[in-house]
Design a protein around this ligand. Structure first.
Ligand code: ZN
Length: 154
């Protein structure tokens, strides 16, 4: 296992639109494993590749481990297929912007399609903390930070 350095705002890699993952190889597996280790060590519930300086469309998350058994997820080349009209205001945090709480309004439920580490396509409807965390990490892949979406900000 290796811990990676977490890139801090305002590093410009956090503002890039990331490119798609094209090879599902051992390098990708190692990156995902190291990202999970780094996320657990931080400690956090989600980490996107640009946050470790890699501008690829990939993130890891685990919204369960802080209160129960770990449920690590790796999402490669994720796409939102549908988002609920219903929204919810939740305060988010970001490992790249420590100590800054971000109250953000987002859809409460999304339908997401992604590739796993073998390149297999999966689809699921995400709700609650999963939906919230995934949307925060998805933003990272497009160079968007939660501070950009703070409720009431100009
Ligand atoms: Zn973040």
């Amino acid at each position: 296992m290796s811990l990676l350095d977490i890139v801090q705002h305002p590093n410009t890699v956090l503002r890039q639109v990331c490119g798609p993952v094209t090879s599902f190889d051992d390098g990708l597996r190692k990156l995902a494993a190291d990202m999970l280790d780094t996320m657990y060590d931080a400690p956090g519930r989600g980490l996107a590749a640009p946050q470790v300086g890699v501008p690829l469309r990939l993130f890891v998350m685990d919204v369960a481990w802080k209160t129960g058994a770990p449920e690590p997820m790796v999402m490669v080349n994720p796409d939102v297929l549908e988002a609920s009209a219903e929204t919810v205001l939740i305060e988010e945090g970001c490992l790249s912007i420590p100590g800054i709480p971000c109250p953000v309004v987002r859809p409460s439920t999304i339908r997401l399609r992604w590739h796993d580490l073998d390149g297999k396509v999966t689809e699921a409807t995400l709700e609650g903390a999963l939906a919230r965390c995934a949307q925060h990490e998805l933003d990272h892949l497009d160079g968007i930070l939660c501070i950009d979406r703070i409720e009431g900000a100009a």
